[in-house]
Write a protein that binds this ligand. Structure first.
Ligand code: URA
Length: 236
């Protein structure tokens, strides 16, 4: 939410009541701003204003940043008709303005960053910023040194004009590698492995732009980022 904003928007956002209900309530005199009853829905609210609704102070929680250990079967979207969304795993108020900073596929697990700070997430998702994302990749076929070298140098993805940017590829065992890429094309890791004649059977994101998935978080669990973690992005 951006300030200044309308009173009805502020109340609806912070109370999670529908805007239509809020407008009726404001007319009935349920809203008090800085100690004065206000009956106009378009009254301007500044971030420093104190707003009460039915005698209870409404608090705007400001910018928030979460890391989630995404399980499979959850979609990185605000709404979906077929599958549960990652937002259903967050037991937090006022999530309407939140978005995922870099999606994962339905069947991919691991680090998902969720925020209401668009400038911050732009630093992560903008192709120009070249932020690295690190994945643990399990493959169907054994990995050859030649395939790893191709991934490092750049491979041709189906329907893409340019080769992928140089990647960091470290073999972990015959069927597993750690891959860091600084792009975020649709199904990029799966397509990169397909380009070297292999297939991803499991994909897990460990790190985004220097923010590491907390090993204490079981699949489906989340926590707020620390100030230091938030600043990893702001600092670059
Ligand atoms: N690359 C993929 O193919 N899928 C993901 O979920 C993330 C990166």
């Amino acid at each position: 939410m951006k300030f200044p904003c309308r009173l009805d928007k502020f109340v609806s956002h912070t109370s999670e009541l529908p805007r239509s209900k809020v407008k009726i309530g404001i007319k009935k005199g349920l809203a008090v701003v800085n100690g004065e009853q206000v009956s106009k829905a378009d009254h301007t609210i500044q971030q420093s204003d104190t707003v009460e609704w039915e005698g209870v102070q409404l608090v705007y929680l400001g910018k928030r940043y979460y890391m989630l250990n995404k399980p499979t079967g959850y979609v990185c979207a605000n709404q979906d008709d077929l599958h549960p969304t990652v937002f259903e795993l967050l037991d937090e108020p006022n999530l309407k303005d939140f978005h995922v900073a870099g999606r994962l596929d339905l069947d991919t697990t691991g680090l998902v960053l969720i925020t209401n700070d668009g400038d911050w997430s732009h630093q992560i998702t903008s192709p120009k910023k070249q932020k690295y994302k690190t994945y643990l990749v399990e493959t169907q076929e054994a990995l050859s040194e030649e395939a790893l070298e191709q991934l490092r140098q750049g491979v041709a993805l189906h329907n893409e004009k340019n080769l992928t940017q140089p990647a960091i590829a470290e073999q972990l065992d015959k069927y597993a590698l750690r891959l860091s890429i600084c792009e975020g094309k649709y199904h990029q890791v799966k397509r990169m492995l397909a380009a070297v004649g292999n297939k991803v059977v499991e994909l897990h994101r460990e790190n985004v732009a220097g923010i590491e998935l907390d090993s204490q978080l079981a699949a489906g669990e989340y926590r707020l980022l620390t100030e230091d973690e938030v600043n990893i992005i702001n600092a670059r």
